[in-house]
Ligand binder design. Sequence first.
Ligand code: ASP
Length: 437
Amino acid sequence: MNIKVAKFGGTSMANKEAILKVKDIIQSDPERRFIVVSAPGKRFKGDEKITDLLLASYEEKVNSGDCHIYFAKVRDRFTEIVREFGLTIDINKYLDEVEDNINKSTSCDYAASRGEYLSALVMSEILGFEFVDSAEIIKFNKKGNFDASYTNDLVSKRLSIANGAVIPGFYGTMPDGSIKTFTRGGSDFTGSIIARGVQADVYENWTDVDGFMTADPRIVDNPHIIDFLSYEELRELSYMGASVLHPASIFPLQSTNIPINVRNTFNPSAVGTYILHDTSDKKTSLITGIAGRTGFTTFFVRKALMNNEVGFCRKILSIFEYYDISIEHMPTGIDTMSLIVPNDHLTDGLEFSIIEKIRGEVNPDVIFVYKNIALIAIVGHGMSNQTGTAARVFTALANANINIKMIDQGSSEINIIVGVNGDDLNHAIAAIYHEFF
Ligand code: ASP
């Protein structure tokens, strides 16, 4: 029998109605044996996620010594689910213990992780599956980095003796046994870890959309669903803000052939998006997807005969290294160089000190900073070895009257990145989308 790992996100776990759908999905296929769950998310627009309430509980405890106001909301959500399903679990006993620990412990990660913990306990009774705590099998090293190989051994050993298991997403433990969480949305990553550990045939990631879309639906009406996406394309799109899946999710699966299938709990008949190592034998379009985000600053440097000056780039790069700033892109011309960095690395007017240092080091003819840049990635294996794609992008932008401030094409030819004024982001994405789809 095949093995499927199924991860359900916050909206899928939000209330009885959603959880009943999750239950149906799992029970309709005996291959879905390893279930990873998020904490209950929002039930409606404006509602609060359990993880946010737990973080607020922690803050409340830090500020006032006790978390009873926010924790009462967490308690209500879980007791309601348990009551509505008529479960036998003594949820108040678990809630008391968590509240007590938040009041005693100083760890924010502990508080944040408890939504997944309680959610998995509840779900294991609903399904009649074993509860396997991530604290037992997902490990970080002393430096707080995820310990992939140790974890993989523990996961495969522990789950090889489980027939059906529910595992909480989002956290693991440090060598001293304390809880540590991944970054927000990290239950997706847990799902990948489990899929690798049990050598699943597929990792199903159940969410509340029909799959990855070719563009952000808030910008473009009814964008197409992407049928097949490669790991590389996913990396490019999620870097630019396509947020269906946690960007780290591909790493545990990269050296395996396990596909990720993004699906919709609320529309289970849709086949969703398959994310594969290699999509070369699949029928894909010229462009797989378009994504973009604001929040970048460009340093533009020009100096005549820069191309002949040995060490020019190194001197500039070492200034950014000195200030501990990572450079996201660096398109260069014969006499020009642009360095694109995230705005949030430039607190307290740091750009002025950087300009001064660059002037001192390389004596450029021109240097200026442009602070409100948005980057857009046009991504797709389909465009490698195809002529005319870039021309179509630039024409679409020109026709929409959008000024391009920067162009970069990765050497793998799976993406073209353009920089535009931050205020033009949505308009530019829509123009490119309509050119290709
Ligand atoms: N509950 C956590 C969050 O809201 C992790 C997750 O859902 O993946 O970020």
